[in-house]
Ligand binder design. Structure first.
Ligand SMILES: Cc1cc2nc3c(=O)[nH]c(=O)nc-3n(C[C@H](O)[C@H](O)[C@H](O)COP(=O)(O)O)c2cc1C
Length: 165
């Protein structure tokens, strides 16, 4: 068990943040050539019901930083427990990302992954500086969901399922 406070150690800060359990999403968008890109993100959060706004944070060091920070549209694909493999897949960019991935084109042509717990298709509304991340606020243009799926959970740097521990 690790307890206490430490205001200077970034690893400890990361560990403390990791105590906040989240779901896992894959954010998708098109690059300026119209090619699909995806990145795993657990920084997704709801913002506003009216208007419908959501946000996620994009690391400035991400290889797809230019793509996602400049995209006019993006989709948030909320993963189910069965989709953990997609979380690992889209956490790296050293392969043809969408080869063999079951998906369709959303309203703005952005890839929408099959079988997700929920999908939010967004137009980028705001971009805010967030230190080593950029905070991207999206206006939801359409969404879908299923209520029979077990969500994929991320906690303490590991995947988990509801009811664990
Ligand atoms: C569960 C999980 C959650 C993540 N959340 C975010 C996130 O919210 N924002 C982000 O920019 N990167 C996030 N990442 C990291 C990226 O998915 C990716 O691994 C990172 O950008 C390095 O890949 P790259 O070298 O291809 O850019 C997350 C990774 C994992 C596995």
């Amino acid at each position: 068990m690790q307890t206490g406070t430490n205001a200077t150690d970034p690893r400890e800060f990361r560990s403390a943040l990791g105590q906040f359990a989240t779901g896992v999403t894959v954010i998708t968008a098109l690059d300026d050539q119209g090619q699909p890109r995806g990145i795993t993100a657990n920084s997704f959060s709801s913002v506003s019901l009216d208007p419908m706004l959501v946000l996620w944070s994009l690391g400035r060091g991400a290889s797809a930083f230019e793509v996602f920070s400049q995209a006019e549209h993006f989709a948030i694909n909320v993963l189910t427990l069965e989709q953990q493999v997609l979380s690992n897949h889209f956490a790296t960019n050293d392969h043809e990302q969408f080869k063999g991935i079951a998906c369709s084109n959303g309203r703005a042509g952005v890839p929408v992954l099959d079988g997700c717990a929920a999908v939010f298709e967004c137009e980028t509304e705001h971009r805010y500086d967030g230190g080593d991340h950029v905070i991207l606020v999206g206006r939801v243009q359409c969404f879908s969901y299923r209520d029979d799926a077990q969500p994929l959970i991320f906690h303490g740097g590991q995947y988990a399922r509801l009811g664990d521990g």
